[in-house]
Design a protein around this ligand. Structure first.
Ligand code: PEP
Ligand code: MN
Length: 388
């Protein structure tokens, strides 16, 4: 059960105490109070977990602090949509806003290698007006003898360079719990010149202890990548672990699924699931065209296959793109063959702008046909809420 409080109610005030007293009178349940930053206002919700069958909905609904009582289905209790009764989960991080309407492009290196390459990437992003990037310091590799990432020791100069070029958020994978602490300490030491979104890679999609670790901290948002060999339902359940520990700043990322049926691509592109995940959950949805396609290959029409896959995700309403670039892909220490070249960045951004605008136009058209709104709304203007 989720109890949504009236906007003026103080979460530590007497109205909330009254609600908690009534709940605990009727059942052995646990409660957790959580703030959700919606588009128009901050909503405070009380999550009631356990056997809620004996809780008197109507009596709770009549209490002075209560705006609404929502009975949630068993599935995806916290991240789920539950028949549109709840606010989409949006959040603000380091001056950036993420929800199911926003749009951001996180472009960068698969793995941090040299300061020169990291700087070239950040400089290109700054020139393009982009403040979001990706940089892997801890790399989970299939082969134990492959480059494993520079780890903690590269963080000071990566963060310093990010600050120099106005990068506000870097998506960075963590593969074990203490990486969170390392990132936190190095960010503090550097004077917080940038922010980090903790990435859970596909190989850790069901590493429940790691999911609990990123979920039990509230400092960093989490980019959760679907498992490449499990069902969507299993991935969503695993993602729920993050929210169940308290952190609601989550983005769900599609990155393709493993099957030979996707050959010659590295994975089978699964971006038809963008609207599915947006419908099942309240989370913003990201697409990763790089690991889906897995190769730099120009199509006969002059577009990279990665551009085409990214476009499929964006035209279906994706809220974020995670994409790999490299100044010299031939020398990259990880995933060089699938990195786009830095010179291709302006073309990619322009292409994505066209597709995003096409999506917004499609959404307006659908609203008009559904008679939901008389005015044609363009959602967020591209210039303010988006990084392109
Ligand atoms: C990555 O984005 O760096 C990565 C390793 O991706 P995935 O976990 O989707 O394979
Ligand atoms: Mn990679």
């Amino acid at each position: 059960m989720i109890i949504i409080l009236k906007p003026e109610v103080d979460p530590s005030g007497p109205e909330v105490q009254q609600i908690l007293n009534l709940i605990h009178l009727h059942g052995e349940v646990q409660t957790r109070i959580s703030g959700v930053t919606g588009k128009e206002r901050k909503v405070v919700e009380i999550y009631v977990i356990g056997d809620t069958s004996r809780l008197p909905d109507e009596e709770i609904q009549r209490l002075p602090g209560v705006e609404r009582v929502v009975r949630v289905s068993k599935k995806y209790r916290l991240i789920g949509r539950h028949r549109d009764d709840l606010e989409p989960l949006g959040f603000e991080y380091n001056g950036l806003y993420f929800d199911q309407d926003s749009f951001h492009i996180f472009a960068g290196l698969c793995a941090v290698d040299t300061p020169e390459n990291v700087e070239a990437m950040f400089r290109a992003l700054k020139e393009a007006g982009i403040a979001t990037s990706r940089m892997g310091a801890y790399k989970p590799r299939t082969n134990p003898y492959s480059f494993q990432g520079h780890g903690r020791k590269c963080l000071p100069w990566v963060f310093e360079l990010a600050g120099k070029y106005g990068i506000k958020c870097i998506a960075m994978e963590v593969t074990r719990e203490n990486h969170i602490e390392e990132i936190y300490e190095e960010l503090e030491r550097a004077g917080r010149p940038t922010g980090v979104m903790l990435q859970i890679g596909t190989r850790n999609a069901q590493n429940f202890e790691l999911l609990k670790a990123v979920g039990s901290q509230d400092e960093f948002p989490v980019l959760y990548k679907r498992g490449m060999g499990i069902t969507l339902e299993e991935s969503l359940n695993a993602c729920e672990y993050i929210a169940s520990e308290g952190n609601r700043k989550i983005i769900f990322c599609l990155r393709g699924v493993k099957t030979n049926l996707g050959d010659p691509h590295r994975n089978l592109v699964d971006f038809a699931h963008v609207p599915v995940v947006k419908g099942l959950t309240r989370l913003p949805v990201c697409v990763d065209p790089t690991h889906s396609v897995g190769r730099r290959q120009l199509a006969p029409d002059g577009l990279q296959e990665i551009f085409h896959a990214a476009a499929q995700g964006v035209i279906a309403g994706a809220n974020m793109i995670l994409v790999e670039f490299h100044p010299r892909p031939e020398t990259a220490l990880c995933d060089g063959p699938q990195a786009l070249r830095l010179e291709e960045l302006p073309h990619f951004l322009e292409d994505m702008r066209i597709v995003r605008e096409a999506y917004l136009a499609r959404r307006d058209l659908a609203r008009r046909y559904a008679g939901l709104t008389k005015e044609v709304s363009h959602g967020y203007p591209l210039s303010s809420a988006c990084t392109v």
